[in-house]
Design a protein around this ligand. Structure first.
Ligand SMILES: NC(=O)c1ccc[n+]([C@@H]2O[C@H](COP(=O)([O-])OP(=O)(O)OC[C@H]3O[C@@H](n4cnc5c(N)ncnc54)[C@H](O)[C@@H]3O)[C@@H](O)[C@H]2O)c1
Length: 273
């Protein structure tokens, strides 16, 4: 491979990039980052109106397409549409996920205890966070394997690396407000091992597969939580949703052409101690 200038290594000009869960908190910034680097972005999420609206803010003929990552038909429909329209798929960001929250503060503490955690919630997270990533990689990634090029980025989490520290969820008075569920960290751990499996499997097909593990993003959480989390983070703050733009473009582009099967951790240092 000949040497390239840095600007060219990071360029995604002419690339077709799919982002799932694309209109969520971080997904929008994955889309913006890929688009700013030159890619045509296929903005995919559950709500049609939302994806169309957000895609209209992007350049290079980006499109919004309704997609349910747990539904094989929905994904094959997307694949067929994109192959007809563009003839290729270059980048897939498996970003859609469920991070279950307990809305009612009165019952949250009891419901979120491991001893009581409902198997239905466990199953739902497994379906979206693991099976959804598996199906999208299988159906959309197979196009890349066939064309002998592509980059798949699976969004994991710091909680795929370290266990949730339940003390983060204690309020100013030391009262536990809820417990982080077992489903989320388990599914994020699986994202990292699936990434290694697929990187090895498609290594001869020119498809690179890497994980990105973000740290916690500030998003109107209670003050005590922001304080607790920031205190446990070497860089002293929670992330902003746009803190992952550089990492996404790096993993999607030729700038990371000698990387596969890795887990890029962008967490303000949260997992180093
Ligand atoms: N927010 C954080 O602090 C944080 C930290 C680490 C990792 N992450 C990871 O980053 C990714 C994005 O997180 P976020 O905070 O933006 O979440 P979010 O809840 O704001 O967005 C997730 C999106 O996924 C979509 N989605 C859910 N089920 C789907 C399905 N079946 N098919 C298609 N789309 C579906 C939702 O509609 C939503 O728009 C997730 O993988 C999450 O685990 C987030």
């Amino acid at each position: 491979m000949p040497e390239k200038k840095v600007q060219d290594l990071f360029s995604l000009k002419g690339k077709i990039a799919i982002v799932t869960g694309a209109v969520g908190l971080i997904g929008k910034y994955h889309c913006k980052a890929l688009n700013e680097a030159g890619a045509t972005v296929i903005v995919c999420d559950l709500n049609k109106k939302d994806v169309v609206k957000f895609a209209s803010t992007l350049k290079y003929n980006s499109l919004g397409i309704e997609l349910n990552v747990t539904d094989k038909k929905s994904i094959t429909g997307l694949r067929d549409y994109l192959l007809k329209k563009f003839g290729r798929i270059d980048i897939l960001v498996n970003n859609a996920a469920i991070n279950d929250m307990f809305e009612n503060p009165e019952s949250a503490i009891e419901q979120s205890k491991f001893e009581n955690y409902p198997v239905e919630l466990w199953q739902k997270s497994l379906d979206v966070n693991i099976t959804g990533m598996f199906l999208c990689s299988q159906i959309l990634g197979s196009v890349m394997a066939k064309q002998k090029s592509g980059s798949i980025i699976n969004i994991a989490s710091t909680y795929g690396i370290v266990a949730p520290n339940q003390s983060l969820y204690k309020d100013e008075k030391g009262k536990q407000t809820f417990y982080k569920s077992p489903a989320y960290p388990v599914t994020k751990g699986a994202v990292i091992s699936f990434t290694k499996f697929l990187a090895a499997y498609w290594s001869k097909n020119g498809v690179r597969v890497n994980a990105l593990s973000p740290g916690g993003v500030e998003n109107s959480q209670k003050n005590f939580f922001i304080k607790n989390y920031s205190g446990k983070t070497p860089l002293g703050r929670m992330a902003q949703p746009f803190d992952y733009k550089g990492a996404i473009v790096f993993l999607a582009s030729e700038a990371s052409s000698y990387m596969t099967g890795t887990n890029l951790v962008v967490d303000g240092g949260f997992t180093i101690w």
